[in-house]
Every structure is written in C-alpha cells, then in structure tokens.
Design a protein around this ligand. Structure first.
Ligand code: BES
Ligand code: ZN
Ligand code: ZN
Length: 456
C-alpha cells in the first residue's frame, strides 16, 4: 500500500534501468558485482536484490525498472518484497515517471480482502509517498473503489446495496442524493429500468448523485449497474454467466471516477446516474417479444432479454440529456462483441465528438490507461429496426455487436457531446499493477481529460 511519507525509517530502493545496468554494475565493488551476477540482476522490471552494505548486512536494496522508469517498473514489488516500509530513490528521474512508478506500486498492492481472514502483518509492504506526489493516493483510492465493487459477490451487492454504496459516497462529499425505487420508476416514466429489474428480490432503482457549484460546467456520468446478469429468460450458459457479478462494472467506474472528481475538487457540476437492477429470472421476468416505452418515448421491442444493459442505460441517458451537460460519459460492461474485437484489456470508446476522442485517447496513452476508439457506423442503424416498435434491443445479426449497442445508446443522447465506454471491468490475467479481478479501465484517462478541459 501507499502511505504519506511521515519521515519514518524505510528501506531506500535504488533503481537501475536495463540500459544503464552494465555501466552501473561496473562501478560497484568486486564483492557487490559477485552478488549481482549470482542474482542474475539485469535491471528488468520487478527484479530486486538485497546487497550487503560496508558492514556486510543486507541493507542495500536494488530494483530493476525495465527500459525506463514507469507504471510497471516497481508494481510487482508491492507484493514481492519482504514486509516493511520502503521509499524509492528517484532523484535522477523525471516527475511523470516518478509519479507513474508510485501509482504502479499503489495499484499493484491492491488485494480484495473482504472475505479473507484479517491479513497478517506480512501483507504490509508500504511505500512512502513524498509530499509532492500525494495526488497518487487519490487515484489509488478511486480505482480501489471500482475494483472492490466489481469484486464483491452479488449476494452482498444487490441493487439496494449498490444504493447504499452510492449514498455513502455522496455523504462523504456532502453531495445530494436521490434514488427512485421500484414502482416509483414506473410513475416517473423509467419503464426500462423497472422492467429489466422487476424479477429480482432487490427492487430496481435509479441512483442520482449531484455535487458541485451550479455555475460550473455540467458533467454527467452514467454507469450500467446490472448487479447480476443471468441473461434473463434468454438465460446465459454457465460459462457466460460465471463472471456476471461484474455486470455493475460501469456503475463501479462512475462511482470511482466521481470519487476522484470530488476528492480533487474539480470545478464542475457533477451528476452521477446509476440504473441499478438485477437481470433475474422469475414468473414476472420480462420476455422476448415484449415492447417497452422508454422515458424518451421511443418504443423498444425486446428481441433478447440478455441485451438488458442498453435498456436501463437509455432511460438514464435521456434523463442526463435533459440538463444539457457539457459532456455525458457512460461506462458499461455492455457487449461480449467489444471483447471479441479488442480483447479484455482494451476498452472500446465510442463518441460523437472527434475532440473528445482525441483528448481521451491521448490521455490514455500518456497514463498507461489505454482506450481504443470504435466507429458509430451510421449504416448499421438499420439493424436496430423492429417490425412492431421504433427500435429492437438486439439485432438479429451478431456481427458488429459493440457498434450496434453503441448506436442504440446514441439514439438517446440527442447529439449532445457524449462518450461511451464498453469495458470488461476485470483482469482475467495478472500484469504488473493489474491484479486479477475487478479493474478500472479508462477511468484515469477520462479524469485527466475532464481535468484538462474543465479544470481550474
Ligand atoms: N453483460 C453482457 C455483456 C458482456 C459479456 C460483457 C461478457 C462482458 C463480458 C450483456 O448484457 C450481454 O449479455 N450482451 C449480449 C448482447 C446480445 C444479446 C445482443 C452479448 O454481448 O452477447
Ligand atoms: Zn446481458
Ligand atoms: Zn449485461
């Protein structure tokens, strides 16, 4: 974990890059060179070796950082070093690299501990964060919110639990909190959210958080909050259902992002909308062939009850549009097709504004939080037609599924500036700084873009 540097004793980590490693090794004492050879130290990221000091005690710690210092350089050390307190010796590296290295450690140290015995002292490997780098703590805390929510089993994160989490966040920042629950959704016109969520033991709801000064630019965040996606009556096969506790990953992203925006006091008027439902199966579940009248008035024929995300999102997007935000950002674990196209680690980004695409792509590139733009290819709109309603929720052809899902959402944003992320929200393999399980994808890139555009 990361802790603010309180001047306590800590082991200093000397950093050596792959390119400088042989020159550096030459300068060491004969004895030290033998130790380095024996450890086969080459300066690779994640490599470390304890060396004897003058008195022969193993008090010098050398770590490789790879080609250059960055996000991945020391991320694995957070779990590999012996328990204790550490600091990085970074004087000769530039600020962005030093920031990235601390962030990598912070995100690499993450563990989901809610269902384990209290972690013993051996879990504690602390990196002291210098005063000037405290912003990194905000990012780690925000990403951890997202990861924790995704990792938590559905039994403990049903729609009413997601509401409690959102309410806690609102209270922490003195934000306004409202939530429309159950049949009140129908009275307010949010029939899609109610219909998708009505078969669950936990009533469907629309979470609504507002924060910030009324005269600041208005930013709306919308997150898919499907607490579990069984597929509904169009039930998923077992292997497709296994990870579906993460189908509220979009909600987890917007709550983590909201936390970062509020912690950094970004001068925006923020609104966070999370439609929270469980796509469950019961006698009152919605069915293929049903037609729902959306909040916008557009009718949708249900071709497939497993295409539920776009249904709950479309009403939340319509509501967001009413206040004419400067930008609407949505995150959703929306389609398997986005994963077929880009794999699990690269979020698909769709937007109706080129400047938003350029800005977020550049931020993602710079911050080790990559995203990839995909097209809102207009001719595919035809695939969303229904013989009896204005739209279908699922085209009959499986091709281009991430695009047709995005085109469905686009219908509801009325050409307002909008960006949509179709994300995996979890890591299925380990990479430095990215433990297996819930993950924030594109969150830091979007924050950086918003801070650049709307920051003080
Ligand atoms: N939550 C799923 C999408 C998903 C699956 C995201 C796997 C990440 C990993 C979504 O609700 C869904 O089931 N989508 C269907 C849509 C189809 C029925 C048009 C899909 O992608 O197959
Ligand atoms: Zn689904
Ligand atoms: Zn889903």
């Amino acid at each position: 974990m990361l802790i603010p540097d309180d001047q306590r004793d800590a082991v200093a980590i000397e950093l050596v890059t792959k390119t400088e490693h042989s020159d550096w090794q030459e300068q060491q004492s004969a004895q030290t060179r033998i130790w380095l050879d024996r450890a086969q130290f080459k300066g690779r990221a994640g490599q470390f070796v304890f060396l004897p000091d003058e008195a022969g005690a193993p008090n010098r710690l050398i770590a490789g950082v790879g080609d250059t210092l960055g996000f991945e350089s020391v991320a694995d050390l957070a779990k590999a070093l012996p328990p204790g307190d550490y600091r990085l010796e970074t004087e000769r590296f530039d600020d962005a690299a030093v920031y990235a290295a601390h962030l990598g450690w912070g995100l690499g140290a993450y563990r989901f501990d809610e269902y384990r015995k209290a972690p013993g002292p051996d879990a504690a490997r602390s990196l002291l964060v210098p005063e000037g780098l405290k912003a990194v703590l905000d990012e780690v805390a925000s990403v951890s919110i997202t990861r924790d929510l995704v990792n938590r089993p559905t039994e403990d994160l049903l729609p009413h639990d997601l509401e409690s989490e959102a309410r806690k966040l609102a209270i922490a920042f003195d934000a306004d909190f409202e939530c429309i629950v159950g049949d009140d959704l129908l009275r307010a016109g949010f029939a899609t959210i109610h219909t998708v969520g009505r078969a669950s033991v936990s009533a469907p709801r629309l979470i609504d958080i507002r924060w910030g000064e009324p005269d600041h630019p208005h930013v709306a965040l919308v997150g898919k909050g499907v607490c579990f996606d069984s597929g509904g009556l169009d039930i998923k096969p077992a292997n497709g259902m296994r990870q579906m506790k993460k189908d509220m990953g979009g909600a987890a992203h917007v709550l983590g992002l909201a936390n970062l925006i509020m912690r950094r006091k970004l001068p925006v008027r923020l609104r966070v909308l999370v439609p929270a439902v469980e796509n469950a199966i019961s006698a009152n579940a919605y069915r293929p062939g049903d037609v729902i009248r959306t909040y916008k008035g557009t009718t949708v024929e249900i071709d497939n009850t497993d295409a539920e995300g776009r249904l709950i999102l479309c009403d939340a997007l319509t509501l967001a549009v009413e206040e004419e935000p400067e930008i609407i950002v949505d995150f959703a674990t929306l389609t398997g097709a986005a994963r077929s196209a880009l794999g699990t680690e690269l979020p698909a980004m769709f937007t109706n504004r080129d400047d938003i695409a350029t800005g977020i792509s550049a931020a993602g590139e710079a911050l080790d939080d990559p995203v990839w733009r995909m097209p809102l290819h207009a001719p595919y709109r035809k695939m969303l037609t229904s013989p009896i309603a204005d739209l279908t929720n699922a085209p009959s052809s499986p091709y281009g599924g991430a695009i047709t899902a995005a085109l469905y959402l686009e219908h509801f944003v009325d050409e307002k500036p909008w960006v949509h992320f179709d994300i995996m929200a979890m890591n299925i393999r380990h990479r430095p700084g990215h433990p297996v399980g819930g993950e924030a994808m594109g969150l830091r890139a979007v924050f950086d873009f918003l801070a650049g555009r709307f920051g003080a």
